[in-house]
Design a protein around this ligand. Structure first.
Ligand SMILES: [Fe+2]
Ligand SMILES: [Fe+2]
Length: 209
């Protein structure tokens, strides 16, 4: 895209720009994942990243196929959004000096990437359909399904923290968020209102009087 001209004039231009943008993004993600694999010490997280690196390579091949279908050269368009997301993740990891905290930071950084990809594939599917390029849609959908599954796996890994093992690890003396919430709810519900046992006791006392 030039600085002095507006190169995107049609829906087709927008579609091609989005495709090239995502092609660049997938290639940058494939370059970043080995570093994330190296930093992850949690075996499941590491395995998840390894699996997703293979998937990402397959996704790039699917995008190559889309370019073929469109009779266009496979090329990327610099995407400042993914550059920023990946840089933030790597800068954050560079600041963390604890294995457990590192794994949690990596999960959050990876989910930011997946969410970005999910929005982009959603747009490309809609635009391809609008342009009558239904031949491209299954390829985008296959990539989108892998991004969504990866996001769910990462969520499950993050949620493992809210379990008895995770509670033991909260060494700051505070109760975990979930328990704190339910305790607060119980307190709130009972505020100013005697319990059923107390009410029954009071009734009996009145009868005896
Ligand atoms: Fe991807
Ligand atoms: Fe992904």
């Amino acid at each position: 895209m030039g600085f002095f001209s507006k190169d995107i004039k049609t829906m087709n231009d927008l579609f091609m720009h989005g495709l090239q943008d995502l092609y660049y993004a997938e290639n940058q993600i494939a370059k970043s994942l080995p570093d994330m694999i190296e930093k992850a010490t949690d075996p499941q997280l590491r395995a998840g990243f390894q699996k997703h690196l293979k998937e990402t390579e397959g996704q790039i091949h699917r995008l190559d196929r889309v370019f073929e279908l469109l009779d266009a050269d496979a090329k990327g368009e610099k995407c400042p959004a993914i550059d920023g997301i990946l840089k933030e993740g790597s800068d954050l990891a560079g600041e963390i000096d604890d294995e457990d905290v590192m794994n949690i930071g990596l999960i959050a950084a990876a989910q930011a990437v997946e969410h970005y990809e999910i929005t982009r594939y959603g747009a490309l599917i809609a635009w391809a359909s609008e342009l009558g390029r239904n031949d491209c849609v299954p390829l985008f959908k296959a990539n989108l399904a892998e991004e969504k599954a990866t996001d769910q796996t990462l969520t499950a890994l993050a949620e493992r923290r809210v379990n008895p093992e995770g509670e033991k690890k909260s060494a700051n003396g505070k109760k975990p968020v979930k328990r704190a919430k339910s305790t607060a709810r119980r307190k709130h519900k009972s505020q100013g209102r005697p319990t059923k046992a107390k009410r029954n006791g009071a009734k009996k006392a009145r009868r005896r009087a």
